[in-house]
Design a protein around this ligand. Structure first.
Ligand code: HMG
Length: 398
């Protein structure tokens, strides 16, 4: 559990949020038919309908910059003193993805730019670090960007749970969207539920075991928070859970059914949960950004929430680190949202055939130092940043 200290009464949290997903998707009914699976297994059993597919020119750096670009003012570009890119799809073993993103976003040089990795938990580590940073640095802001491409491989059990996208969040004092409480509940425990060795471009998972660890850690943290008075269900208007696929979040939430919490509270959390999975069901797993896509989905699709409402967030990263924390919606938070643009981005994506998807999945960057010109797959106005190619072992961004 987090220690409390003198700066805890300074209000900090998420002031702006935006997301970007590449402009290609695979319809999961097409995937089911190609793999000889009943489509209902994917649509109902897994709870997903589409997944975004990233072409080579939308790597995690380009996506991160595209997510943050539209939400930053010129002043904010100077005020950001901490830039965190959270990812488990890193493009370099040494240089932080945040440095490429700093450049593309034209941020000031007077900042700390780092990359954080811990599977799907990375962005939450970034958010907590950012909250501490803005508490102790008056006048400075922090930009946290979760950016990932989930890859399990063609015709694997995990294939249906792939996806791609980025969520960018500006963390400030006196935030306009969500004030984050200083007290939070977390746990780290080394497990072998999901991992990706350095030599592999796809992740490996012990699928069922990973579900057990996810649910088990949620139950432990919930009980702890409830024991200490933080998870009082009556005070909670919504509970967000990490969404690798919507059924997973549902399984976590269901542990609160069966009389564990009052029926009316359970019903309210279940209804709001439906709004939190609207975007994720069409995008797929974006690993560390998934829970923040769920936050945006809830805020942009639920019209019954209001300022002052308290929200819980359960972040889970395989390997495993989990954290349960809470925040309060701020007055005027709806002014910070842009449901129309996000809906247009999702609906404007190009549907891929199975062969186009498989070709896009299998495409690779050169590894021998030769020059490679990628051409551009994504001409959407919301994707100004892209990877143009490779030259002498270096990625060339435009
Ligand atoms: P699978 O072996 O294909 O699944 O793998 P299944 O055969 O158990 O079926 C899945 C569900 O579909 C079952 O429901 C079936 O009953 C149902 P459940 O028992 O789970 O409630 N089903 C049907 N429903 C309706 N109509 C039908 C039908 N047929 C079957 N006709 C699995 C599924 C998720 C394990 C696999 O996709 C996988 O390994 N995914 C990757 C791992 C993963 O996402 N784990 C989640 C927890 S770990 C986590 O969240 C962290 C992560 O994001 C990584 C990180 O931290 O970086 C993954």
């Amino acid at each position: 559990m987090k220690e409390t200290n003198a700066t805890d009464n300074i209000k900090v949290g998420i002031d702006k949020i935006n997301f970007y997903t590449p402009n290609h998707y695979l319809d999961l009914v097409d995937l089911a038919e190609a793999r000889g699976v009943d489509p209902n297994k994917f649509l109902i059993g897994i709870g997903q309908s589409k997944m975004s597919v990233a072409a080579l020119d939308q790597d995690i750096v380009a996506m991160a910059a595209n997510a943050a670009e539209p939400m930053l003012t010129d002043n904010e570009r100077q005020e950001i003193g901490l830039l965190v890119v959270a990812t488990e799809s890193g493009i370099d073993q040494s240089k932080a993805a945040a440095l490429f993103v700093q450049d593309l976003l034209r941020l000031s040089a007077n900042l700390r730019a780092i990359e954080i990795k811990e599977a799907c938990y990375g962005a939450t580590a970034g958010i907590q670090l950012a909250c501490d940073y803005v508490r102790s640095h008056p006048g400075r802001k922090a930009l946290v960007i979760a950016s990932d491409i989930a890859r399990y491989g063609l015709a694997t059990p995990g294939e249906v749970t792939q996806g791609a996208g980025s969520v960018a969040m500006l963390v400030t004092r006196n935030p306009e969207i969500l004030a984050i409480e200083p007290e939070s509940f977390y746990e780290s425990r080394s497990t072998g539920d999901f991992w990706r060795p350095n030599y592999s471009t796809v992740a490996f998972a012990r699928g069922k075991f990973s579900e057990e660890v996810y649910v088990g850690m949620f139950e432990e943290l919930w009980d702890k928070a409830q024991e200490l008075g933080s998870a009082n269900p009556e005070s909670l208007q919504a509970l967000l859970l990490h969404i690798p696929f919507s059924k997973m979040g549902r399984k976590g939430l269901r542990t609160l059914g069966n009389g564990k919490i009052d029926e009316a509270d359970y019903m309210r959390l279940t209804e709001r949960f439906e709004q939190s999975i609207v975007y994720g069901k069409e995008v797929g797993n974006i690993y560390t950004g998934s829970i923040y896509l769920a936050l945006l989905s809830l805020l942009e699709n639920d019209e019954s929430l209001k300022p002052g409402d308290r929200i819980g967030l359960y972040s889970y990263g395989s390997g495993s680190v989990a954290e349960l924390y809470f925040g309060t919606l701020q007055p005027g938070y709806t002014q910070r949202l842009d449901a129309q643009t996000h809906r247009a981005m999702l609906d404007g994506r190009e549907r891929l055939s199975m062969s186009e998807y498989e070709a896009m999945f299998s495409a690779e960057l050169v590894r021998d130092g030769s020059e490679q010109d990628l051409g551009r797959s994504d001409h959407a106005a919301n994707a100004p940043h892209y990877l143009a190619g490779m030259k002498a072992h270096e990625r060339q961004y435009r």
